[in-house]
Write a protein that binds this ligand. Structure first.
Ligand code: HEC
Length: 206
């Protein structure tokens, strides 16, 4: 008799396995389950276009938007030339040169080193992996060549902001001030590995 009862109970329980219940879960406070709201991409009847995702109201700007054109773009106010150097006012408002550089190092190591490497020679982990898979186009550039040693700071900034060829833009991940701090740090990396001055590569002033 006992064996029969146990068998019946087990059979009943087995019948419950993997069956779905259409009933809502039993919870004490239901407010979080029933939210009168539209989800992204959902259709709604209120606006004529029936989209629940609304465009920004005309003329609104995000609170973080950089209003200075040179700081935002890396070009002068007329937009016809690159800024040669990181603007001093930015360094000052960031707590001075060494704080700015330390911030740049910190951000560089987070965002750029995976591809460009800690020393900037382009042999970061992602680049090495790309090379081993034969994807030469995804190998990051070294910063230690003459062309990149001499491009203006504003152009380096714009490279981070807009991306370049196979490198994506980092504008959405890295705020404006941090992008400039990274530029400053890339300059320090370049200086740290610049070839020593010799009579052959130096213009001599007589
Ligand atoms: C996902 C890998 C990756 C990351 C992360 C990355 N880069 Fe690059 N970067 C590349 C690749 C690949 C190229 C070469 C693009 C090409 O030539 O198609 C490149 C090229 C460049 C160049 C050369 C541009 C030129 O004029 O030739 C600079 C400067 C540069 N990156 C700076 C940075 C900085 C600064 C960061 C960090 C904010 C960064 N990159 C993050 C992959 C990356």
């Amino acid at each position: 008799m006992r064996a029969l009862v146990i068998t019946l109970v087990l059979a009943t329980l087995a019948g419950c396995v993997a069956t779905e219940s259409g009933e809502p879960p039993v919870v004490g406070i239901r407010n979080m389950y029933n939210q009168p709201r539209y989800d992204v991409q959902e259709r709604q009847p209120f606006f004529a276009d029936q989209r629940s995702m609304r465009p920004d109201v005309a003329g609104t700007v995000s609170r973080e938007m950089e209003k200075s054109i040179p700081l935002a773009t890396g070009r002068n106010a007329k937009g016809d030339a690159w800024l040669m150097d990181v603007p001093e006012a930015l360094i000052a408002r960031s707590g001075g040169r060494s704080a700015f550089l330390a911030r740049g190092q910190d951000r560089y190591n987070i965002y750029c080193a995976v591809c460009h490497s800690i020393s900037g020679d382009g042999k970061g982990m992602v680049s090495r992996r790309a090379a081993s898979l034969g994807a030469a186009g995804l190998v990051a550039t070294t910063f230690h060549d003459d062309r990149l040693r001499h491009i203006p700071d504003g152009q380096l900034y714009a490279t981070i902001t807009n991306g370049v060829r196979n490198m994506p833009s980092y504008a959405h991940n890295i705020p404006v001030d941090d992008r400039w701090a990274i530029v400053h740090y890339v300059r320090a990396l370049q200086l740290s590995q610049a070839p020593a001055a010799t009579p052959e590569n130096t213009e001599q002033s007589q």
